[in-house]
Design a protein around this ligand. Structure first.
Ligand SMILES: Nc1ncnc2c1ncn2[C@@H]1O[C@H](COP(=O)(O)OP(=O)(O)O)[C@@H](O)[C@H]1O
Ligand SMILES: [Mg+2]
Length: 600
């Protein structure tokens, strides 16, 4: 394990302890977020307030037994993440300590006093250099690579602040503690380096979010898309499907690397996560999702400070893989637990509370975290473009979205996927409320889908949204006068909107071909619903009624399309199209011609 250098002026002593918070004085020059070794056992702590002579620390370990008068040693370091090969596949606590090693320390979460040694320092990696002696390198430059997991290339990066000329570089097998080379000034080149978790890693520049983060969930990709490098909040009451959504995204969304931060309410929820998550099978490789994932886990019995830090650790690892040129998906389930940790710490600090006891800086802290999402061009050479997309679940108490965390999320994230308890009760999953959800990325992503999937993507989307909106209004009317009293056209809107909800917006996570939907299948289903609607309108325009049997046949064909595999999408859509002819033939009717003339 790597021990933290300790500054010589260890003249601090604990004056007060309350929960995971310790106060110490008289202060030597401590700085905010400086790490300290607290007490005789040297437990890891972090300075969260400096007030004259008094330093307040949050301790990342169980403070039971810690006593007033014990020493506090400052380290001149901040909390860092150890970044290098071997991160993928690891299960970590909020400060980066591997859980396997923690578990062996019965009951205790860590070997006291040491900054997290995340990586295995005995494992040998086959290093393949990319640079040669005499090359000039700067921070972020790629020195070479190792194969971290089968098929997963880990680019070895020069630490951000380092520059120089290569004096020595070797191909061969190395542990993370052996230099693979050196710069002319003697700086050793290693397979890993550390980075402070609360600081964003530097980039050359931000890139525009002009492409979707493809989730495989139709209601997101089609109605409320998130840009690659964007962020979404997923608020929902208990049992509305937040965890299922986060895990579906981990499995199916188009990303190279997944960082999953679990902050559970109850201990067993995290035990479930530790069991379930590694057993998720990556559909692209047929192997465990852990071949491209890092799982960070917090339970309620871990110190509150570790929970607060966990999202920054996650963001730092996410940025590190982004800097290698990867598309990283970062999931937090749920970030409400982080906000509650912030509240708890703030209360202990006796800060002036804001709404519902949360500190007034909740939204700005949340915003700073979300800022770490983005598409970016890396620093150093050769040029790499990568992205971090953040999806944060929120568990509002009682499912009430007016609470501070959901409100803060709406101010700082680009999309809101609002989950609705009544939809979940009806077993309409994903239980996304299409009337309150939104995405600020819809236009940019729509352009991408139009160029890459179907030219009329945005028109079809607009029509489907319009249909759903009309249904919402008609529902109120129907509730008053009864559905039979509606005009035939309005009744038609209700019927087709119901089909749209059933076949397009609903998705069964347990069906092998419905669990994830390609953009082409998503489009085909939406297009099919629109074909059904226009055929029915044609029938009404022609003065006939819509034949119920013919309608149901199309409906069934849409179900077949929904459950078809990728290879069957095209033929299933043709079947839908052919069956709509039984409702009304697609030749140009007089009404069509009139509509065209009116539109022109
Ligand atoms: N897409 C889905 N398809 C089928 N069932 C679902 C889906 N999403 C959620 N469910 C059901 O809802 C239950 C609760 O979901 P969960 O994600 O644990 O809720 P939350 O995390 O919001 O409390 C799941 O166990 C599952 O039975
Ligand atoms: Mg959950």
């Amino acid at each position: 394990m790597t021990s933290v250098p300790v500054s010589p002026n260890g003249d601090l002593h604990i004056t007060r302890i309350y929960g995971s918070i310790a106060e110490a004085s008289s202060a030597s020059a401590a700085f905010l977020y400086e790490l300290a070794l607290v007490g005789d056992r040297g437990m890891l702590g972090e300075v969260i307030k400096v007030d004259g002579e008094t330093v307040t620390l949050q301790v990342y370990e169980d403070t039971t037994g810690l006593a007033v008068g014990e020493p506090v040693r400052l380290t001149s370091n901040t909390l860092t993440a150890q970044l290098g090969p071997g991160l993928i596949g690891s299960l970590l606590d909020g400060t980066g300590r591997p859980l396997e090693r923690l578990a062996s320390l019965s009951g205790d979460f860590l070997a006291p006093g040491l900054q997290a040694a995340t990586l295995d320092n005995t494992k040998l990696w086959d290093f393949e250099p990319l640079v040669k002696v005499g090359d000039d390198v700067t921070g972020g430059s790629v020195l070479g690579s190792v194969e971290e997991r089968p098929g997963m290339i880990h680019r070895i990066l020069v630490p951000p602040a380092v520059t120089g000329r290569i004096a020595r570089i070797e191909r061969g097998s190395f542990t993370i503690e052996e230099p693979v080379g050196a710069l002319e000034d003697g700086t050793p080149l290693m397979l890993s380096h550390r980075w402070p978790v609360r600081l964003s890693r530097p980039i050359a520049r931000r890139l525009v979010g002009d492409r979707p983060f493809i989730t495989g969930q139709r209601v997101f990709d089609f109605l409320f898309p998130v840009a690659e490098g964007g962020s979404a909040a997923v608020p929902g009451g208990f049992g509305t499907g937040k965890t299922v959504i986060e895990q579906s995204l981990a499995k199916f969304a188009e990303s190279d690397v997944v960082i999953f931060v679990g902050c559970g309410e109850r201990g067993n929820e995290m035990t479930d996560l530790l069991k379930e998550f590694p057993s998720l099978i990556d559909p692209r490789t047929g192997r465990s999702i852990m071949d491209r994932a890092v799982l960070i886990v917090n339970t309620s019995n871990m110190p509150v400070a570790a929970r607060e830090a966990s999202i920054y650790l996650g963001a730092t690892i996410a940025e590190y893989y982004r800097d290698m040129g990867y598309r990283v998906a970062m999931m937090v389930d749920s970030i409400s637990r982080w906000a509650e940790a912030l509240r708890e710490i703030s209360a202990r600090l006796q800060e002036m509370p804001g709404e519902e006891g949360f500190p007034p800086y909740l939204a700005s802290r949340f915003g700073q975290f979300v800022e770490r999402a983005g598409r970016a061009r890396s620093i150093g050479t050769p040029e790499r473009d990568g992205a971090v997309t953040i999806i944060a679940a929120i568990s509002p108490p009682g499912g009430d979205f007016s609470e501070p965390v959901t409100q803060a999320a709406q101010r700082v994230t680009g999309a809101l996927w609002a989950l609705d308890s009544s939809l979940a009760h009806q077993r309409h999953f994903p239980a996304v409320d299409w009337t309150t959800s939104y995405s600020l990325y819809a236009d940019a992503c729509g352009q991408w889908f139009a160029q890459n999937v179907a030219r009329d993507w945005t028109e079809v989307r607009r029509d489907v949204l319009h249909l759903l909106e009309q249904e919402r209004q008609l529902r109120d009317v129907a509730a008053l006068v009864g559905a039979e009293a509606l005009e035939p056209r309005d009744r038609l809107v209700m019927q087709v909107a119901a089909v749209a909800r059933e076949v397009l917006l609903r998705q069964n996570v347990y069906h092998p071909h419905d669990a994830s939907s390609s953009p082409m299948k998503t489009y085909s289903l939406a297009h099919g619903v629109r074909l059904l609607y226009t055929a029915c309108l044609r029938a009404l325009d022609a003065g006939t009624t819509v034949d119920a049997a013919a309608f149901n046949e199309v409906r069934r064909a849409l179900d077949v399309l929904r459950e078809s595999d990728e290879g069957g999408v095209k033929s299933s859509l043709s079947a839908v199209q052919a069956l709509t002819e039984n409702i009304a033939p697609a030749r140009t009717t007089r009404a069509d011609a009139r509509r065209k003339r009116d539109a022109a």
